[in-house]
Design a protein around this ligand. Sequence first.
Ligand code: SF4
Ligand code: SF4
Length: 722
Amino acid sequence: MSKLYTFHGGIELPENKQQSTGRPIGTPPLPARLCLPLSQNLGNPAKPCVAVGDRVLKGQRIAEADGTVSAALHAPTSGTVVEIAPRAFAHPSGLAETAIVIEADGRDEWQPRQGFPLWQSAEPAEVRRFLRDMGVVGLGGSMFPTSLKLASETLDTLVINGAECEPYISCDDLLMRERAADIVAGIAIVTRLMQPKQVLIGIEDNKSEAIAAMRAACMNTPYRVVAVPTKYPSGSAKQLIRVLTGIEIPHGMRYTDMGVQCFNVGTVYSVCRAVEHGEPVISRIVTLSGAVARPQNVEALLGTPVTELMAWAGLSPRNDGVILGGPMTGFRLSDLSVGITKSSNCLLGSSPKLFPPRPPAMPCIRCGECADACPAKLQPMDLFWFAKTKDFGKAQERNLFDCIECGACSYVCPSQLPLVDYYRFAKSEIWAAERDKKASDRARSRHEFRLFRIEREKIEKAQRLAERSTAAKAAPQTATTAGTNSHLTPSAEDKSAAIKAAMERAAALKATGKESPVMQSEEAKQAAIQAAMERAAARKAAREAAGETPLQPPSASDEAKKAAIQAAMERAAAQRAAQAAASVGLPETPAAPIVPNNVLDDAKKAAIQAAMARAAAKKAEREAAEVNQRSGAAPATNALDDAKKAAIKAAMERAAAKKAALDTADAAPPATDTSPAAPAAQPAAMDDAKRAAIKAAMERAAARKAARDAEQGRDTEQDKDS
Ligand code: SF4
Ligand code: SF4
């Protein structure tokens, strides 16, 4: 014999259960259409997974769970989906809710049923997932997904609620009477998943047959069936836990925090049907009572219209409506075409005789009767006042949400105040305000994040620009430092020399702004050659300074290169000399090769050629001296002098020979067309051209010879030094 406890408040009510317990659970005819709201559970409505026109089988999933707090929905019978649209919903608000409408085909054809036979060895999470997909929710009225309630840890006591305290309602009573074995099987599955230390099955002592059936079913189990005193609202979870265990759930805490979990007998029955038989939640036991001819409990398919059920029960023609739920917690339906849901436990035909209109409300007289009856230890008259004046903050401070809406306060109120209506109104207003606040917070968070993102992008852009600016400033400084650093790299030197040469060329071009383009080009070439030579000398000096290679005399190949450079420079000098001569009054001639002009007289040509030879000799001497000075080699002065002298002598001899030839030609008689000497007397212009070409070739050969002589002279000097 277990020790029982009591809870604060509570009232005794006429039971009115016997009307519906005299018949077994009936099966009403298959409705023509089933209307299934997607909101069949607490949390997110299920998401449809069928479309209009689809044929579905009994037990087929038609909507999937959407999120953690959600459960699937299944077709209660075979047929065709004919509509997915907002339809009237069984709710006090009377608002519409999206529903799937199935037109039954009359065959009631099951899909292949697949249970979960290995539930005893499976991971609890797998079983919970299976139950979620089978649409199992709390059938005691909470509609909370059972899979979530099964996830509780460190459970001490599992309470199975069979109290069913509200008048007229007897669905759990009949379920326990007729299907106790399946209830116990469901308890076994839940016990396997939660591993509680004890299992207590609480049943009000006015249900003797149900108690007997359950005790018989639990004969070989550790589960204890406990008959609890009939007192409203002992069927509320907190009150039943208090009665069975003595545990009082403090404000702000859940009973799972106290190591207790509670399931309705209808819920564990549906767990068994799902796991053992592969049947999802497609029906439930509903009490049809009140002003009806044949009060009875029926197993009704979800979505069955209220009108069809009440018609089958024989709704009295003198009815004034239908109440969904019991007389204490239920509400009048505004539309009887709505389909029943997983939480629809009772339909009461209402009549003025059974449920007379409530007398007009009177002012609160502060009698305190309501507080005495309140099982939640609240001050209902204060909550009423705050709700009426819309002081919802104060109502919350007085634990408005601890109210289980049992209606005991209203029942005892001598002023006939509809107190529960005020509480429901206050709760809905607070929930709406919280929804608005959450939406506002989300919008503000999005806006603040957008501002943050814009500011962050600005900062990142400024940082990138600053880094680029710093790098750009550091580059010239590095180049300048490298120019004065002994650890110069050849590339840096080349760049520096190139810049310097470019600047020199620019200066030279500016200084010779009136010179012809040809002269400017020659000057540029000259400057480029000079710059290249300076760069080579700088690299060589750097290598020597770094000790990479010892000082070596110029090799034969270096000398050959120098000679080639000198020859090129001599040719350029000769061209410049020719252009200079042209600038002082002579007709302009191409720079190279020297092409004879038939208007240029031989005397002038000879003078020009002599000047060019002298300039070439001087240039060769100067370049050789510079190269020798940079390379550190001893200047071959004697050799250069000899070369210069030889070049000058050769040029003078060529000029004299040319002049003599010209004089001889001038003294000869003019040729006639009939003269036999006519072939030898070619036009003077052709002779001049040939002579000029021959002279230029000879001068170039002389320059090359001078260079070779100079090289031989240096070799000789070095041999002497060694
Ligand atoms: S029972 Fe009614 S009249 Fe009495 S205190 Fe409560 S609300 Fe006021
Ligand atoms: S309806 Fe709320 S305030 Fe009234 S008795 Fe029940 S729990 Fe208390």
